[in-house]
Design a protein around this ligand. Structure first.
Ligand code: ADP
Ligand code: ADP
Length: 228
């Protein structure tokens, strides 16, 4: 009944000079539905690769990756992704940025999607900024737009790759509490990559610790704290 399951996953990249880089080796873990899992580990240990495999953006060299019991073969609609910076389109207002993936994919945005985008702007406390342009918002607010956009088609799985690492320390702390609030209101299965142990401890049910030699999951820690 795992939502995400990795079995004996290995990832080898060919670098431009022709040498093989082992990004993942013997990765085994699963994530239950609506579990919030943080991934920590040194730079280059394979955290982003793990996320990109789940997202269907990278095909693993070996092993099996399943979502809801089915192998991952391509990017799927039920997955939302948030990166370090939200790549907002500067000429579109915030509401249109949130609905942009729909416009891009289907050439139009339905009234229902616009309504949903407004709800998500309320959830991320941005409703007063719907008509503003991205450069009128602070970094933290822009990152919340990225979260709203990732939630637009109501994905059951949310993948976040160091979503707050471009922000200043105070904003990061605020954003962690915002994310916890959003997650409590709208539980999702979350994989959250971070370099911040306090962030991982605040947010996660479990923490995957990855090793740099060569990037396998070394330990899985149950945080086991009651949530506020
Ligand atoms: P992390 O997110 O933990 O910093 P990554 O998953 O980005 O680690 O990278 C893991 C290893 O794989 C690194 O050595 C990186 O240089 C290498 N790598 C990642 N993507 C590619 C790629 N497309 N081509 C070649 N090497 C890659
Ligand atoms: P964040 O913590 O999201 O980075 P800031 O600390 O920069 O936001 O801003 C705090 C508050 O100030 C915001 O929640 C918002 O109400 C207001 N604010 C920030 N930037 C702007 C702006 N460009 N125009 C209007 N209000 C703003």
């Amino acid at each position: 009944d795992a939502t995400i399951r990795f079995q004996d996953v290995e990832q080898v990249f060919m670098s431009s000079d022709g040498t093989a880089v082992q990004a993942l080796a013997n990765v085994n873990f699963s994530i239950a539905r609506h579990e919030f899992v943080a991934v920590i580990g040194p730079s280059g240990c394979g955290k982003s690769t793990l996320l990109r495999i789940i997202a269907g953006l990278v095909r693993p060299t070996r092993g099996s990756v399943q979502i809801y019991g089915l192998p991952v073969t391509e990017p799927r609609e039920e997955i939302g992704i948030v990166f370090q910076r939200p790549t907002l389109l500067p000429w579109l207002n915030i509401l249109d940025n949130v609905t942009f993936p729909m416009r891009h994919k289907y050439g139009r945005v339905t009234a229902q999607e616009t309504e949903r985008a407004r709800e998500l702007l309320a959830l991320t406390r941005l409703e007063e900024f719907a008509a503003k342009r991205p450069d009128e918002l602070s970094g933290g607010m822009q990152q919340r737009v990225g979260i709203a956009r990732a939630l637009l088609h109501d994905p059951d799985i949310l993948l976040m790759d160091e979503p707050f690492s471009a922000l200043d320390a105070l904003t990061r702390d605020e954003m962690s509490f915002e994310l916890l609030r959003i997650w409590t209101e709208k539980p999702k299965t979350v994989l959250f990559i971070t370099h911040s142990i306090p962030e991982a401890l605040l947010l996660a049910d479990r923490i995957l610790v990855m090793s740099a030699r060569p990037g396998a999951v070394r330990e899985i820690i149950d945080v086991g704290l009651p949530r506020p």
